[in-house]
Design a protein around this ligand. Structure first.
Ligand code: ADP
Length: 432
């Protein structure tokens, strides 16, 4: 096909040759008139096709692309090809979008795309049902105006989305949704809501069962323990040949009592859906208390030191945090042989509060670290039992920290030592 520029040049050349020929046989005037008329016709022809193009562009329709003539035939044929390709792409895009919507709506979890400003951009029908949204009216509205739960708002703005969040009573009184937020590369967020009402009910039954059993066991065990203690204290009541058995029975009842107390604590924390208190905690004081407790527990067998950043306090429930942080300290003492060193510290790192306990004790092999917070998970059962452990300590610590939106970080090396750190979000830090 000849290039458009060549076609135009060819026409001008042909017109010029004809005009020069007429000039030679009929004079200059005739040549000029014909040349001008030729150009005029050429111009009118272009104006006509530009007008056709303009009219078509107003309501572009593939079946009505003008055919054109001369140069315009090429232009329109290219336009037709482009439009065909475009329509094909559009159809492919539409069907991909349709497929995506069908798949997204078939997922039982609700999906919501939030903008960087946390307004609703798009959601699936399950999200509409679970969260009580209506995309046609709620599009571009801030999600916090529609999900009016102070806990959800705190979770959203806290920007720590490692753990999903439980949202209660949104659709009906006893419904529970598990909300996960995933930041997308475009600063948008993907909110995933999952109906966990049934799972929660089963979990609540399990918790109640454990709590009831533990509660029921507590009284008989106290009685048995009491009798054993009384008998052991009574001079001559136990023949010396079996007195060692009584010592063992006493140890075992004490262990069982500790286990029951830990089980009750754990089920109490797990079933407590109330947010913890938000009281200012004097960290210098708390660190002193932890240090004193540690020294009492160690009985001078370890070198224990504490380092505190005095400019920052924490907000939360003091009894819960004292128990969680105290547990980390007591673990360090229990799993560090005599003469070992234990360092407790409270520091600020990237606006987050870091409480950490470092020991140079027995350490933990890498393969165990991710499982330590599971209930009853113990690296060495014998050692845990020897040191009075129940295997529930770190599980309780994790729950208490999660209630404060804090994370537990563990680094350890076998035979070298461990560091257990509780990392508190910026929102919980109080500058003094
Ligand atoms: P336990 O009551 O058995 O100590 P925890 O839940 O407190 O239970 O801890 C779980 C396991 O993690 C322990 O059995 C122990 O093996 C390991 N562990 C915890 N803290 C330390 C530590 N500081 N050094 C070495 N091992 C530890």
């Amino acid at each position: 096909m000849i290039d458009i520029r060549w076609k135009a040049a060819l026409f001008i050349c042909a017109l010029s040759i004809v005009s020069v020929f007429l000039w030679l046989i009929s004079g200059l005037l005739t040549g000029l008139v014909i040349f001008t008329l030729g150009l005029l016709c050429y111009l009118i022809n272009h104006i006509y096709w530009i007008h056709q193009l303009n009219s078509w562009l107003k309501t572009p329709d593939l079946s009505e692309v003008p055919e054109g003539s001369g140069l315009w035939e090429d232009v329109y044929s290219s336009l037709l090809k482009y439009e065909r390709k475009n329509t094909l792409k559009q159809t492919e895009l539409n069907s991909a979008l349709e497929r995506f919507e069908i798949v997204a709506n078939a997922i039982p979890d609700g999906l919501v795309i939030l903008s960087a400003a946390n307004t609703i951009e798009w959601c699936t029908s399950h999200a509409e049902y679970q969260l009580g949204l209506n995309l046609s009216t709620d599009k571009n509205l801030p999600i916090v105006n529609l999900l009016r739960s102070s806990h959800f708002i705190a979770y959203l703005y806290n920007e720590v989305y490692d753990e999903p969040f439980k949202l209660k009573n949104i659709r009906s009184m006893d419904s529970t949704l598990e909300i996960s937020l995933i930041p997308l590369a475009t600063k948008q967020k993907l909110l995933i809501s999952r109906d966990v009402t049934q799972i929660e009910k089963v979990d609540a039954m399990r918790r109640d069962f454990i709590a009831n059993v533990s509660h029921e066991l507590r009284t008989p065990l106290t009685v048995v323990g009491g009798f054993i203690e009384t008998l052991s204290d009574m001079e001559g009541a136990i023949p010396s040949s079996i007195s060692s058995y009584f010592g063992m029975m006493q140890d075992q009842t004490t262990r069982m009592r500790r286990l029951i107390e830990d089980l009750l604590t754990l089920s109490h924390i797990e079933s407590n859906t109330q947010a913890p208190d938000d009281n200012p905690i004097n960290m210098s004081m708390l660190m002193n208390m932890l240090l004193n407790d540690a020294n009492a527990l160690s009985q001078g067998k370890h070198q224990i030191s504490a380092q505190t950043n005095p400019h920052f306090d924490l907000s939360g429930a003091v009894d819960e945090l004292q128990s969680a942080l105290g547990n980390l300290v007591s673990n360090a003492i229990r799993y560090t042989p005599e003469g070992g060193e234990i360092k407790i510290s409270w520091q600020l790192r990237d606006n987050q509060g870091i409480f950490s306990v470092t020991d140079n004790g027995i350490g933990i092999d890498q393969q165990h670290i991710h499982r330590l917070t599971e209930r009853f998970y113990r690296v060495d059962r014998g050692r845990s039992r020897e040191t009075g452990g129940t295997g529930l300590g770190l599980s309780i610590v994790k729950h208490l920290l999660t209630r404060h939106q804090a994370k537990l970080e563990i680094t350890s090396e076998l035979s070298v030592g461990s560091t257990f750190s509780a990392i508190f979000p910026k929102a919980r830090m109080i500058q003094k």
